[in-house]
Structures are given as structure tokens and as C-alpha cells.
Design a binder for this molecule. Structure first.
Ligand SMILES: *Cc1c(COP(=O)(O)O)cnc(C)c1O
Length: 389
């Protein structure tokens, strides 16, 4: 089914066999899946994609599931790439695109990662999964767990958007609301998982969520006719999608699908929780935890990202940048984009709009460059954010 060869540690270079249950590396770093790209170069030409169903599984040779019957699918991926002419004009950009992830199952791009992780959990014989979540990851994991018949334990902050709490309950998950942040939820999962027999599906604490999210990079290349855009803006919490796309670009180049030209990657965070932005500006290779994280963009309320060094590495290798935006500006941007494009951005995706405005004004982005901003989820899941305004 695929070219998965082994699992490797990007920090200490340890190597693990595929087909085993893996969490973090013994050195504490996230692990990454590695594929036999030489074999893929010969046997997986990009033309073989034509006619395949429009889901992320069209790239199955570059995804970790070995047996097709283990794939737990609700129709995730292959989301629209929308040219945003009117919003672009308002920002002084001639070639702005929105990669609109809101149409994924459970209304966010978390579906991609959790689809891959739950499928792998099935393949590896795991029965009980646990996850700390800022909201959308919980809904996605609950949905895929329900579809596969697995037990799902969720820990999320008590002030998570109501839609996320409701959907997780509807999908039959055991929902625990915690007075604290996602990092506090993560601690509870870490403390209890051994005794409870739970497998920890936290961001980057197992190697497969990122494999699902990297398919956004494959899709962008395919949808742009195998030529990547000049700039990508990514609302960054744990950073899985950004790290994943950067990995996808390397894989596609090694397979001869694209040339060596890479987009400049831009991390966008909320001013009330911007650990990656601060570390980037201070030239650090890792980020200090953010104190008293606060933002309505719940997916960006991640005070500490375990893959911080991988995010920062991708930003620098790509000659990208990082910037933070105020909550008032991102809420305003939901309305602006709604009126100009008919796309209902989530607060996280909307953070890209004020960031774009600033980068265009500074001429960091030229007017005719091809720019993609990610709308990572549906605005419909955040009604209380708008009702509060
Ligand atoms: C989780 C989430 C993010 C952040 O994604 P990462 O890959 O963890 O950085 C952004 N937007 C939404 C809507 C999310 O749910």
C-alpha cells in the first residue's frame, strides 16, 4: 500500500521499526515517519493520482497505514483552494488564495491528523485513546473513534467553544472539562494514561497525526499544478500542519514531483499567546512557555508546543517570518472576509488577514506574489465569539 520505511527521531537520529506502537522518542523528541523516497520516485509518479477519489487518501503511498481495511475515513481532505480576489484587492494583493479547511468532517483540518492517527491506532490494535485538546482535535478524535468503535477520552478547557464540547459528546466520547489550559489537560493525560491503558494521541506525541496534516502540502502542490505558492500563512498552535507541509515539500521534491522552490512559511499567532513569534524574534531555537495565555482563537491557545524547534527550523529554512495579531483585529477580519468572499473564517484562520495586511504594507510580500492563507476551520463552531462582540 505505501513506501513507509521506518520511524526516526529528528533530534537524536534514533531509528525505530515501523509497525510498533510508538510515542515520543526516548530522548523526549517527537518522532517522524520516513518513506523510501527512491523507490517512490520510480514507482509512484504524480500522474497516478488522476481519477482517484478527492480525499487525503489519494496520497496513500505517502501515508503510514499498511492495510487499506484499517483506514477510518469520513471523507477528509482535498478541500477547496479559493481565489480571494476581493479580499486580496482590499489588502493590495493580486494573487491571494484561501485554502479552506472548513469543509472537512467535524469542520476543521484536525480531521486530517486524527483520521491518520485513529487509522494507525486500529492497525496497531489500540482500543482506548486519550487526547488533550483546545477544541477541534477533540471533536475530530471523537468522530473517528466512534466510526472505528474505539473508546475515546477527552480533556479540554472548560471554556472551549460549546460546539466542540457538544460534538464530542454526540460522538460518544468521555468528555472531561478542566479548569485550565491545554497544557494542564496534557498533564492529566500523561499522569493517568498508564494506569488507564490509554494511548496518548496528543499533538506530536505520536508520529501519525502529522502525516495526515502533511497532505495539505501535497494538495497545495497538486491544486497549483505542481508549482508551490510564494508565501503560506499558517495560524500556528502546536504547529503540526506547518511542520507537516514542510516535510511534504521535501518528500515531493525527492520523488521528482516538484522542483526545489519553496514557499516562505509564516507563523501567525494571537498576541495573547505567541510563544513561537517571541522565540523567532529573539533568534531562539526553542520557545519559552507563554504565561497567562488568552485569546478567542482557541486553537491558538497553546502556551507550549512540543515541536517548537521544528516549527522554528521550518520558518528559518524557508526564509519565512512570524507575527502576532490582536483579538479585536482577527474578529473584525471574520466580518471583512465574510462580506468580501462569502467564506466564514474561524478566528484562527482570520488571524491571517491582519497579518497579511501588515506584511503587504511592509512590502515583505510583493503585490503580485502568490499567497495562500489557511482557514483551518469553520466559523460556525465559534458563534459565541461573535455574539460576545
Ligand atoms: C488546532 C487548530 C489550529 C492550530 O493548528 P496546529 O497545527 O496545532 O498549529 C489552528 N486552527 C484551528 C481551527 C485549530 O483547531
Amino acid at each position: 500500500m505505501n513506501f513507509l520505511s521506518r520511524i526516526v527521531c529528528p533530534s537524536c537520529a534514533a531509528v525505530f521499526e515501523k509497525g510498533r506502537v510508538l510515542g515520543l522518542c526516548t530522548c523526549g523528541s517527537p518522532l517522524l515517519a520516513e518513506y523510501d523516497l527512491d523507490a517512490a520516485r520510480n514507482r509512484f509518479p504524480r500522474d497516478s493520482l488522476s481519477g482517484r477519489p478527492p480525499t487525503m487518501w489519494r496520497y496513500r503511498e505517502m501515508l503510514p497505514v499498511q492495510r487499506p481495511e484499517n483506514v477510518v475515513s469520513l471523507g477528509e481532505g482535498f478541500t477547496p483552494l479559493i481565489q480571494a480576489r476581493r479580499l486580496g484587492a482590499a489588502l493590495g494583493l493580486k494573487n491571494l488564495y484561501i485554502k479552506d479547511e472548513s469543509g472537512n468532517p467535524t469542520g476543521s483540518f484536525k480531521a486530517r491528523g486524527l483520521c491518520a492517527a485513529v487509522s494507525m491506532a486500529c492497525e496497531l490494535g489500540l482500543r482506548k485513546l486519550a487526547i488533550p485538546s483546545a477544541g477541534n482535535a477533540a471533536g475530530a478524535m471523537a468522530a473517528y473513534s466512534a466510526h472505528a468503535g474505539l473508546e475515546c477520552h477527552i480533556f479540554m478547557p472548560a471554556d472551549t467553544p460549546r460546539a466542540n464540547v457538544q460534538e464530542a459528546k454526540i460522538f460518544g466520547a468521555r468528555v472531561n472539562l478542566i479548569h485550565g489550559l491545554i497544557t494542564d489537560c496534557g498533564k492529566i493525560v500523561t499522569e493517568r494514561k498508564e494506569e488507564e491503558g490509554w494511548f496518548d494521541v496528543s499533538t506530536l506525541k505520536e508520529p501519525y497525526r502529522i502525516e495526515g496534516k502533511k497532505t495539505m502540502g501535497y494538495e497545495l502542490a497538486e491544486q497549483f499544478g505542481w508549482e508551490l505558492p510564494d508565501v503560506i500563512l499558517y495560524p500556528t498552535g502546536g504547529g503540526t500542519g506547518l511542520i507537516g507541509m514542510w516535510k511534504a515539500f521535501r518528500e515531493m521534491e525527492a520523488m521528482g514531483w516538484i522542483d526545489g522552490k519553496r514557499p516562505r512559511m509564516v507563523t501567525v499567532q494571537a498576541a495573547g499567546c505567541a510563544p513561537i513569534v517571541r522565540a523567532f524574534q529573539n533568534n531562539r531555537s526553542q520557545a519559552e512557555p507563554w504565561q497567562e495565555a488568552r485569546t478567542v482563537a482557541s486553537g491558538l491557545r497553546v502556551p507550549r508546543a512540543i515541536g517548537d524547534f521544528l516549527i522554528l527550523r521550518a520558518l528559518r529554512e524557508s526564509k519565512g517570518t512570524a507575527l502576532a495579531v490582536d483579538d479585536v483585529d482577527l474578529v473584525e477580519a471574520i466580518k471583512t472576509c465574510g462580506k468580501l468572499e462569502g467564506v466564514f473564517l474561524c478566528p484562527e484562520g482570520a488571524a491571517c488577514v491582519p497579518a497579511l495586511k501588515e506584511l503587504a504594507q511592509q512590502k515583505w510580500i510583493a503585490a503580485d506574489e502568490r499567497v495562500v492563507m489557511f482557514n483551518t476551520g469553520s466559523g460556525l463552531k465559534y458563534l459565541e465569539v461573535l455574539e460576545r462582540q
